[in-house]
Design a protein around this ligand. Structure first.
Ligand code: NDP
Length: 453
């Protein structure tokens, strides 16, 4: 009998933690897990899932408008934020229940409370002290906001999902994933949206054509996108919140949402006290097996800040459990991870951007197509779809696909298998398209728009 209470104790019951706990338990480990909030973590409770539900809700505004071009006459549509939030909450409660069932069916013991290290094998969770042979840190991340006067008046994505009412005027600060997604959500639902971004094009780090098209579509859809703009202070006024900008300008809104990044959630965990290697920004340093600088302590998901996406955390958690408890060593490879931004229209991307591919591979060919989707020939909507293939010249492998347009995430999920498998442009060319679809463009682009060599 082990000298420890558990073979594995997991701190944090989000995507990565729950997956790791469940799989380790199915491999026969005695597993405990603790959670200070609700089981399911950021993705399920206040991230990907409720966000996507809100994106669906907000898109109906355009769908009603577009229907006119197809012969439909619709009456004036009315929207209830309260009903949407109630429906969303019901779905989140259901998923929270599914996660709880997953844990209990696997025999994982759940502790409600925050975990912290007392020593490398001992944790305190609430009033209890527990020991474990191995410990997994899966505490995720939390929104980060800059320290400016009045920042306490701003909300983050955490609060945006539970607002009592839809703000009439909202300012969104940031140009990343969350800012672009929420600009589209609030805009579609009828708020007047100003997005303030300090750079010269949103979505830094993405391919430059993606950045260009998302920026121009945000503006076309009615978002007041202010580039090279930053907030100096926020003040409460009798009629709302007054934002003073660094360049001296100002604007008044009813709600300010900051989406200026997320940081690993390691506060009060006691990691430094036990001598764990943690970077200045809180990131827990791990190897390809998610092992930290202390042999029996592991970390997965956003707390390690490798690629901060739910499916990556799931993969890391599963690989950890298989490697350590299943006798099947599975290192994690973070190359060619597809991702999406649920902006409107959405982005789907896998592999290298044009600029990164030049740095990494040298000579490359760029295939580019920009067009109006078939649906909009009748709807009349002026919305662009952009599709792009990046091919390295030497081996002719497709090393990047970038799409902005309806269903881009769905399309890229499929094509990501081809990119991850290292398929060449010739393999794309000999695949027959499905007509009429937008995705057929990816197998029918014959001449490069440009080459870098
Ligand atoms: P991002 O890192 O994507 O974007 C942060 C934004 O805030 C950037 O535009 C950044 O500007 C700006 N910013 C940073 N500091 C300041 C500052 N002091 N003043 C003004 N602006 C500032 O973070 P998000 O919060 O949008 O999302 C966090 C992470 O969550 C993402 O990176 C992603 O991993 C994950 N996520 C994934 C989603 C998906 O898969 N669809 C959806 C939502 C989140 P600059 O570019 O100049 O640095």
């Amino acid at each position: 009998m082990s000298q420890f209470d558990f073979d594995l104790f997991v701190i944090g019951a989000g995507s990565g933690g729950v997956r790791a706990a469940r799989i380790a338990a199915t491999h026969g480990a005695r597993v405990g897990i603790c959670e200070e909030s609700r089981v399911g973590g950021t993705c399920v409770i206040r991230g990907c899932v409720p966000k996507k539900l809100l994106v669906y809700a907000s898109h109906f505004a355009e769908d009603f408008e577009d229907a006119g071009g197809f012969g439909w006459e619709t009456g004036p549509a009315r929207f209830s934020w309260k009903k949407l939030i109630q429906a969303k909450d019901k779905e989140i409660d259901r998923l929270n229940g599914v996660y709880l069932d997953l844990l209990s069916n696997a025999g994982v013991k759940l502790f409600n409370g925050r975990g912290a290290f007392i020593d490398p094998h001992t944790l305190r969770v609430g009033d209890e002290t527990l020991t474990a042979e191995r410990i997994l840190i899966a505490t995720g991340g939390t929104p980060w906001v800059p320290e400016i006067p009045g920042i306490g008046l701003a909300i983050t994505s955490n609060e945006a999902f539970d607002l009592q009412e839809l703000p009439r005027r909202v300012a969104i600060v940031g140009g990343g994933f969350i800012a672009c997604e929420f600009a589209g959500i609030f805009n579609g639902l009828g708020s007047s949206v100003t997005q303030l971004y300090r750079g010269d094009a949103v979505l830094r780090g993405f391919d430059h054509d993606v950045r260009r098209v998302v920026g121009s579509e945000l503006v076309k859809k009615g978002v007041d996108l202010k580039l090279e703009a930053d907030v100096a202070s926020i003040e409460k006024t009798p009629s709302g919140l007054l934002l003073t900008l660094v360049d001296g300008g100002s604007l008044e809104v009813d709600q300010v949402m900051y989406a200026t990044g997320r940081v690993p959630l390691v506060r009060d965990l006691g990691l430094v006290d036990i001598g764990l290697n943690v970077k200045a920004d809180g990131r827990v340093v791990v190897d390809d097996f998610s092992q930290t600088s202390i042999e029996h302590i592991y970390a997965v998901g956003d707390v390690t800040s490798r690629v901060n996406l739910t499916p990556v955390a799931l993969y890391e958690g599963h690989s950890f459990a298989d490697s350590v408890f299943g006798g099947h060593a599975r290192p994690v490879n973070h190359e060619y991870v597809p991702s999406a931004v649920f902006s409107q229209p959405p982005v789907g991307t896998v592999g290298y951007s044009e600029e990164d591919a030049v740095t990494h591979f040298g000579p490359i060919d760029v295939y580019l197509s920009e067009f109006r989707a078939m649906k909009h020939t009748l709807s009349g909507r002026d919305e662009k779809t952009m599709m792009k293939l990046i091919v390295e010249q030497k081996g002719q492998k497709v090393v990047g696909i970038h799409i902005v347009g309806p269903d881009a995430p769905e399309i890229v999920q499929g094509f990501a298998v081809a990119v991850k498998s290292g398929l060449t442009k010739e393999r794309f060319d000999c695949t027959i398209g499905i007509h009429p679809t937008a995705a057929e463009e990816l197998v029918t682009m014959r001449s490069p728009a440009r080459s870098h060599g």
